[in-house]
Every structure is written in C-alpha cells, then in structure tokens.
Design a binder for this molecule. Sequence first.
Ligand code: NGO
Length: 532
Amino acid sequence: MTRHHRTTPRLARILGSLLLVAAAGVLTSGAAPAPRPAAAGALDQVVPAPASVRPGGSPYRITERTGIRVDGSREVRRVGEYLAEVLRPSTGYRLPVTTHGGGIRLRIAEGPYGAEGYRLDSGPRGVTITAGAPAGLFHGVQTLRQLLPAAVERDSAQPGPWLVAGGTVEDSPRYAWRGAMLDVSRHFFGVDRVKRYIDQLALYKFNKLHLHLSDDQGWRIAVDSWPRLTTYGGSTQVGGGPGGFYTKADYREIVRHAASRHLEVVPEIDMPGHTNAALASYAELNCDGVAPPLYTGTAVGFSSLCVDKEVTYDFVDDVIRELAALTPGRYLHIGGDEAHSTPHEDYVRFMDRVQPVVAEYGKTVIGWHQLTGAHPAKGALAQYWGLDGTSPQEKEQVAAAARNGTGLILSPADRIYLDMKYDASTPLGLSWAGYVDVRRSYDWDPGAYLPGVPASAVRGVEAPLWSETLETSAHIEYMAFPRVAGVAELGWSPAAAHDWDAYRVRLAAQGPRWEALGIGYHRAPQVPWPAG
Ligand code: NGO
C-alpha cells in the first residue's frame, strides 16, 4: 500500500483555501458534486451522509492552543480522550482534555438527539458537539474527523493547517442496528486484529459487532464447564492451521474495547448445525456416541447436535450461561442456519427448547432467518441472509414472521456479504451469491427490500464477513473496504440521502483517509478515487 507523501505547507495552504471555497458552496441535494481535493473535508463529504448539513461561516482552526472541553462525567471525558488520541499524533498539539476553556467542546444536553444523534456547530471560535448521550458525542467525533484533512489520521506529525469547515450538522441514525459480523471460526483472528476492525467500524458509526464464535472448523470461546471445546475444538481452522481461541479474559478485552468505541458485541454460537468442532470435542454429544474428526474444509450442512439426547441441553445450558455472563449486551445469537442434517421437526423442537434458555439467562434471541421456520420467541430478531433468487415462499415465511412481531436484521448475501468477490478478478472471497461490486452493495433500500415486511419490522442492516478465504487483517480490510462504508450509510443515513452518483464521490474522499490509516482497501473502478 502506498502511503501519501507529506503535504507541503504551501500545498496545505492551497488546500485550506479550497476548503473555504467548498464550505461556502450551497448544497443542492441530488446533484453530483465534482470531485474535490482529497485532503479537504467539507461538510457535505461525510460518510455516512448526515441527516442535515448547513455549511456556512468561517472555519475553526485547531492550533496549539486548542483544548478539548468536556463536562464532569467519566463517559464524556472518555470520548474527549479518544478524540485527543486521534488528533495528537498528526497535529503534534497537546490538546488537553479539561472541564473549562474552549476550542472543541463536547456537551450533553436535552434535545432532539435520541440515543445516538448529535449536533455539530463549527465556527471561528470553536467546534461544539452536543448530544443527549455519550454515544452521540462519539458519533459526532467521527464526523469531526472527516471534516479535517485526511492527514489528521496519520500517526506522525503533519503540517496542517487543521481547519474544520464552518456550519452545522444535525444528525441521527435511520436504524438502531448497524452491525458488522466477523467469522473468527473458519480462520481465527486474535484480539488485536478484532480490535483493529472495531476501530475501523467505529469510524463509520457502526454500533454492533457480531462475532461468529463457533462453527464446524473451530470453537473459539472458552467455556469452563466444557474445556475441550477450545483446547481440542479450537485447535485448527480451514486449511489445517493452528486455529486458536479467546480466553475469557481475551473476550472481556474485546468487549471492553468495543464498548469504548460504542459498539455492542453480539456473540454467536451456531446450532444445531455448524457444530462439528463441538461434536469432535465430546463424543457424548453425538447421537451414536462417536466423535468425528476435526474438520478443516469448507463444506456446510453436515453436522448436527443430537436433538434427542438430554446431554445436548445440559451442554447448551452451560454454554449459554457462561456466554451470557461474559456479555453486557442484550443479545445472544444462536445461529440456526443450514441445519441440513437436522430433520425439520427436530429443528423446531430444538429451537423450542433452546430459546427459553437464552431468556432464562437474561438475553434476547437472534437467529439466522431459518429460525422463522420454527417458532421465534417473543422479541427475537431474525437475520435475513437470502438473495434476489431466494424463493418467494422463503421470503414470505420471513415476512409473515415480521408481521407477527419478529424484528429483522437485513444481511442479503448478494448485497452485503463482504466475503463475496467484487468481480471475477478478486483474489480473495467466495462467489456463491454472485459478485458484489461497490454499487450493488450500496444501491438498495433496506426499508423496502423484502415484500410484505412492515418498515417498522426492519431494525437495520449487518454486513457479515465470513472467513473461509481470509486469514489476516489485510484480507479483512481488502474485502470490507470500501463496501463496509456503504453498509454504514444504508444503516445510518436517511433514505432521502440515498444517491449513488453523489455517494461515489463522497466515498472517493475516504480513500486518502484509509491510506493515512494504513487500510489496504480495494480501489474499485466504480469510484473516482483521487490519484494514490
Ligand atoms: C452462509 C453460511 C456460512 C458461510 C457463508 C459464506 C450463512 C448464514 N451460513 O451464510 O456458513 O460461511 O454463507 O458466504
């Protein structure tokens, strides 16, 4: 990945004045603006597009005298410290976080912000972000980052100037669920790699990280009452490598880091299918009492917990109890996809017994949308992963559940499965759902996607990243970027802001930010990236 050259002070001055010109421009919605110099972050260049933007007035300039003012609460101070950590290396300024003074101000106030909304006011005397809760301040900080030149994301001192365009942003999300899923089973990703992805998701205002913690190829989370799940069941991965697993301390560290970025971790234990790693670890979980070998291939649909054995429910109870205890969030995902080796009646019986266990330990069930073929528990959410070609009957089964109160998370595989290849030349990924180019992943409306589904049943979107072919952070980033930014926009921005022609220009301006952050993104030909 080529890194950008250091911007010279002269060039920076020119870019700064271009920024002023850009900031003074009047916005006309729907018209595709011409590509701007990449270093200038104008109010109308933010991804995801804010609900409302009013550019105007002079910019604020961050200088060595700028401070970050917070009110007394610990959570607000944390957001302030986070912002300071982003800004200090590149600006070289001290940026003290204090309860007095001026410059950048983070304040909690009553107002029309909801749980995650914020307002950002920028003018010559300072930038103020106001929200009803710390999460809103955190999202406002992400907007502020994008109003600064891309070089602000570098980890060494850059020349500036550090101008924030003048004006007002008023913003809140379209959906409460804006998720990304990482499959840590097919290939294991250690704590640092997961944290890195969390930091990248936070840039785009995601608020859920779903971890696919178990599958045929590996069990990745320590369960004290069934230790062989990890010591044996976690000992390999696709292709036969050493695999790995999270100790409880590791997992708490992921949850803590995610919370510091205002993301909730949603753990998934997939069942009754996708369970070979568990079945290989404990012979008694198999109907015939014989443990199969560990599995390092990529086939699906061949394994099942034994629905008729009581020990299966002891196992499920222990796993859910221990996992719930590690989970401050509200949800626990029980999979339920591709149970091709479980007869349908058994599947329904299994789900009827397992869903109450999740409730017993204080959590709300999520399942892949096949759960709608059983009896989704009251309050459960179903995660739809079908595609255009999914049968009308299957779509109707999901729609009927939605009309009956089951909330939906939309993850259509031929739209936002980030493991699908962009096109035939993509070196990584799968293509069973077809190729998913950047436009295809962005250009659809979650609110009108499934026929017969009331708009209120749609809780949001989630982009899964399955890891059959992915082994490193570089692999994750190549498949996720740029498509993950489009998923963020589908989840956050009002439907009225949806416009591919305008989006691709805003998206292009993210490229230099990713370069500054060391994110090796796919330079998709549909996007007018500035010269790299
Ligand atoms: C399917 C399957 C997964 C695969 C993935 C690959 C779901 C929900 N089950 O999605 O096991 O890893 O496709 O794209």
